[in-house]
Write a protein that binds this ligand. Structure first.
Ligand SMILES: Nc1ncnc2c1ncn2[C@@H]1O[C@H](COP(=O)(O)OP(=O)(O)OP(=O)(O)O)[C@@H](O)[C@H]1O
Ligand SMILES: [Mg+2]
Length: 270
């Protein structure tokens, strides 16, 4: 008689649901009459970098801006379907959008520092949610500037205006400001597009360091960057997800010819 195995062997295929921190189901977006995103079903793994790629106008920014609901502010925006984050629907389970945007932080293409000191920029989001003692302020400023590898460069001039920093430094400061409110997810829309290549590489190194603790969704046109730092890729074309999956598979053995053409030649015939 064959003994009953004590442990059931489960074939390893895809990560369990809990490891997918954001996913959408049949998510659609319209801006007035224009249907921009069409039945988007995507899954973004937790604690890793997902690069969202695709031609200009394919809906990459619309997709990530829908995750923390900043698109709600666009006149004529309408959505259908769902986006879930750790089991909660971002459209129905978050009455307070400040909480949603604390949990899901965002960094834009152009560094958007406030005309305030470097310290005040780091503390901007946290100071809105609670009163900080002087000691707490010092700790938060140092901790978050260190997290983005900016501390050594600016520790002697924390009271200088943030606008005096280089663009690459300003972008890292924006990331520090976003991290200071302790988000779980970082949305980055082409964060290296307006900085010089050296600063761009510094930001890539930073994202590689941060992915141990954060779920990072990065929109990028830079396919070399995608190949360097992505764990997972979502390829969008004309408002549809053509393919998504593990980077190695998408780059070396994609299922669709369109993916192969786009990832090798930046060209899409959609
Ligand atoms: N506020 C808006 N109102 C109306 N249409 C918009 C708005 N924002 C974007 N769109 C349209 O939605 C479509 C998708 O735009 P989106 O910005 O999401 O594309 P993208 O993939 O991020 O492009 P890019 O790579 O150029 O940044 C485009 O046709 C764009 O013109
Ligand atoms: Mg965009």
């Amino acid at each position: 008689m064959t003994p009953t195995p004590l442990l059931k062997v489960v074939p390893v295929s895809e990560p369990e649901f809990a490891e997918w921190s954001v996913h959408s189901e049949d998510f659609n977006v319209w801006y007035r009459d224009a249907h921009i995103l069409n039945d988007i079903n995507v899954r973004f793994p937790a604690k890793g970098i997902t690069c969202i790629v695709g031609p200009s106008g394919s809906g990459k920014s619309t997709l990530i801006r829908s995750i923390n609901r900043i698109n709600d502010e666009v006149p004529g925006f309408l959505s259908r379907g769902s986006i879930s984050f750790n089991g909660k629907d971002v459209y129905t389970d978050y009455k307070d959008l400040t909480i949603l945007r604390t949990e899901i932080g965002m960094v834009f293409q152009k560094p958007c520092v406030f005309p305030k000191s470097i310290s005040e920029n780091v503390l901007f989001g946290v100071a809105k949610t609670r009163k900080l003692s002087r000691a707490e302020r010092l700790i938060l400023v140092e901790e978050n500037l260190r997290a983005v590898s900016l501390w050594k460069e600016v520790s002697y001039r924390l009271d200088d205006s943030a606008t005096s920093l280089s663009l690459g430094q300003q972008q890292r400061l924006c990331i520090a400001r976003t991290l200071a409110v302790k988000p779980k997810i970082l949305l980055l829309d082409e964060p290296t597009a307006s900085v010089d290549p050296v600063s761009g590489r510094a930001i890539e190194e930073l994202l590689l360091k941060l992915k141990k603790d954060y779920t990072i969704l990065l929109v990028t046109h830079d396919l070399q960057q995608t190949k360097r730092i992505a764990d997972h890729i979502v390829f969008l074309c004309d408002g549809e997800v053509i393919e998504q999956g593990d980077k190695a598979k998408m780059v070396t053995n994609p299922e669709h010819q369109k993916t192969k053409t786009y990832l090798s030649d930046s060209f899409c015939e959609c």
